[in-house]
Ligand binder design. Structure first.
Ligand code: GLU
Length: 309
């Protein structure tokens, strides 16, 4: 698709020139080492064509983007029972808010804020050893991306485990309310590790394809989830995928998306493409600054916003 190739290359070139690159996350010390000069963008369309620009092959810490895939797995395991443990409304509070959790009696607002994602991980852990649960998450990502080389960055996982006091507080709080079934350290161990999975833009865009094509990989035809589930996961990405910047992301980009503090964003153009972008510098809401700007340019130039031109 020549036009798409050109648009992606142009945007990568434009992003390379920018000096307003945001600030890397430092609360997980290992993430502070990321290079703000990095920028990658990959778009995979329905025919499997890949348009890539910039650092599209460099693995980065996917962090909260992993929550899209753990949500998918947990829905596969528990179906709608999941919604007894976690809500699906935008939070309007910080992603690691303890106050909101207390106010809502231990039931997190949505599966993408930290407390919600920890509750989702707990559901995946039930009935398994933590190692097996993590292996299942990794297996799922490798299958979706069709790439067995995807792995956990152990240095990032250890860094977060050493410093993740707020997440430890959230998990203990939910445990007190009976929202978590498993020992807190089991669930958190799996959570820290799945957040520390490293993937390149190419791998991430490949893993997201099923969300763009009604739950199926359009090239192999393999079904991952029923169409209705893909639609609902996209809805949660649109409303809750960008922390307190979710409204702004919908306004500017107009696609379901999920960002992570590693500077990655997975965005879905339903029926058209799966898109991954990465630039480690974050804006004030904790979303990749250039990632968001690049996606805004992409949807504008291709007319891909779900809300129209
Ligand atoms: N592992 C990170 C945390 O729990 C994920 C943060 C994010 O990407 O939103 O703080």
């Amino acid at each position: 698709m020549p036009q798409l190739d050109q648009v992606v290359r142009d945007i990568a070139d434009e992003m390379a020139q920018r000096t307003d690159r945001g600030e890397v996350a430092t609360y997980i010390p290992e993430l502070a080492r990321a290079d703000t000069k990095a920028f990658g963008l990959v778009v995979i369309d329905a025919e499997g064509n890949i348009a890539a620009g910039g650092d599209s092959e460099i693995p980065f810490s996917i962090q909260s983007i992993s929550k899209v895939f753990t949500l998918t797995l947990a829905l596969g395991k528990a179906g709608d029972r999941l919604w007894k443990r976690v809500g699906r409304e935008p939070s309007g509070s910080a992603f690691n808010s303890v106050v909101q959790l207390e106010y809502e009696r231990g039931v997190p607002r949505n599966p993408f804020i930290n407390a919600g994602a920890i509750a989702v991980t707990d559901l995946i852990v039930s009935g398994y050893q933590p190692r097996e649960a993590l292996a299942e998450i990794l297996r799922f990502l490798r299958f979706l991306a069709d790439d067995p080389s995807i792995t956990v960055d152990e240095a990032v996982a250890a860094s977060e485990a050493r410093t993740g006091f707020r997440n430890i507080a959230l998990a203990n709080y939910m445990k007190a309310y009976g929202v978590l079934e498993n020992p807190v350290d089991f669930t958190l161990g799996v959570y820290f590790h799945h957040c520390a999975i490293a993937m390149s833009c190419r791998q991430l865009a490949a893993a997201g394809r099923f969300l763009a094509y009604q739950g199926r990989n359009p090239v192999t035809g393999l079904s991952v989830v029923p169409p209705e589930r893909a639609r609902r996961i996209n809805a949660i990405m649109l409303t809750c995928g960008h922390y307190d910047g979710s409204g702004e992301f919908a306004y500017r980009v107009g696609l379901p998306g999920k960002s992570g503090v590693g500077g990655g964003i997975l965005a879905i153009a339903p029926g058209k493409a799966s898109i991954a972008v990465w630039s480690p510098g974050l804006d004030a809401s904790g979303n990749s600054r250039l990632g968001r700007i690049a996606l805004e340019e992409l949807t504008k130039r291709l007319g891909w916003s779900i809300f129209g031109a």
